[in-house]
Design a protein around this ligand. Sequence first.
Ligand SMILES: [Ca+2]
Length: 465
Amino acid sequence: MTHSISRRQLLKYSSFAAAAVAAPSVLRATPTKKQPNVVLIMADDLGHEAVECYGGTSHKTPRINKMAAEGMKFTKAYSQPVCTPTRVKIMTGQSNIRNYQAFSILGTEEKTTGHLMHSAGYKTAICGKWQLYGSEGYPKGIESTGMHPKDSGFETYCLWQIHKRGLRFWNPKINTNGKMKTYGKDVYGPDIFAKFGMDFMTANKDKPFFLYYPMVLTHAPMLPTPDSKNRKSTDKQKNFSDMLAYADKIVGKFIDHAEQLGIAENTLIIFTGDNGTASYIKSMMNGKLVMGGKASVHEYGNHVPFVAYWPGTIAKGKPCTDLIDFSDVYPTLAEIGGATMPKDIPFDGRSFLPQLRGEKGNPRDWYFCYYNPRPTRSGKEHIFAHDGEYKLFRTGEFYNTAKDPLQKNDLAGKTLSSAAQAAKDKLQAALDSMPAKALKLRSKGSVTETPKPTRKPRKKKPAKK
Ligand SMILES: [Ca+2]
C-alpha cells in the first residue's frame, strides 16, 4: 500500500538528503539517542478560545487539557487566519510573502516538512485534509496546478480533497495512496484518518517517523459525530461542541497509542489549530463571549491552541509564554530530526526545541503576517507584525491586542506610552525587514474565473383569477 517517493522526487532532493547525511553533529538534536518521532496534529478552524485549558468554558476538551497538564501549553501561538496560508507556512517554514501563490495551492517547487524529515531518514506519512493541489471546481489556472501529495515528501497518505472533492465527514470520499474510495453513509471520515495514522505509528514504531495529521475536524459543515446523542441535530453550536469533543478524543487516542506502543518517551506529539473558529460559533472564555474569528486579522483570527506532549523531555504542566509563529515548526522539526535546513531558502522560523526541553532558547520578539488568501479574486492583502501584545499594520494601523483583541481602537496618531512607542518602533523595523511585496503571488486575472451559471428567470405563472 505504501506509495514510494517518486524517482523524480528522489533526484530532486538527493542533494538535500546527502547534505543531511553530511551534516555536522552539532546540528543533530540528540546524536547519541534515537531520532525522536513526531506526530503533528492540526485541527481545522479551531481558535484557542474554544479549548478549556486556554480558559474556554463552552466546550469540553478533557484530553487536550490533560495533554497540557502533562506537557507544555504555548500561550501565544499564531497561525494564519485561514487554511491554505497556514498550511503553506507550517509546511515550508516561510512567510506567505515569500511563497504564497493562491488559495488551495502549495507550489510544486516547495521543500516541505515531509521532504525535510524524509531527508533525515524518517518514515513520513500524512492523513486528513490536503486541499493544496487545486481540486476540481477551482478555476482553470488553479485546478491541478499545486503540489500533489505523492510529490510532497510524505511516503504514504490518506487524504480528503486532493483533486476530487466529495464529503469529509459522513459518507466520505478519501484518497489513500492513489486509490479513491467513497465510504458508506455510516462511516465517519475522521475515524478513517485516525486509524490510518495509528496504523502508521504501529508499523514504524521501531523507526523514526514523522506523521502530519491535518484533521478535517472541526471545520464546517457542523454535523453530529458518532458520539452525538442526537444524530439528526442541525444545531451548529451543539454539533461544533460534539465535533471538538471528537477531535479531543482522537488526540487522546494518539497519546494512548504512543504509550501502548512503548514509544511515548521518544515521541513528540503536538496539537494545534490552523486558524480561528468559524465566525458563528460562540465560546465563553474567562467569562467573556468570544465569537469565532476565522478569516479575520484580529486576535481571534489566528491565535490558536498549541500544546506539546513528550514525557521525559517536557517538564509537566509548565506553560510557555514565548511567541510561536507557524514558520517555527519547520526548523524545530529539523533540529529534532537532525535534518539539514536547505541553504538556499530564506526561512523565517526559529526552533522551539530548547523551550520544549525547558531551556531559554531563542524566543522571537515578533512574528510577521502576510495575508492575502484569494489573490486571484479580491486580492486584498493585510500585512502586519505582532508581538503578542501590540500589532502594527503596514497601513499604519496600530493596536494593543492584549487589551483590544477585536482591534476597535486604532492607536495611530494618538499619544503613546513609552512602552507602546517602543513596541511600535520594533514592529516597524520588523515590517521593514521583510520583502516589500509578495514574491510568488498569482495575480488577479491570472486565472480564468468561470462565472457561476446564471439561472434563467422562471416564467411567472399567470395569476389565478
Ligand atoms: Ca482552516
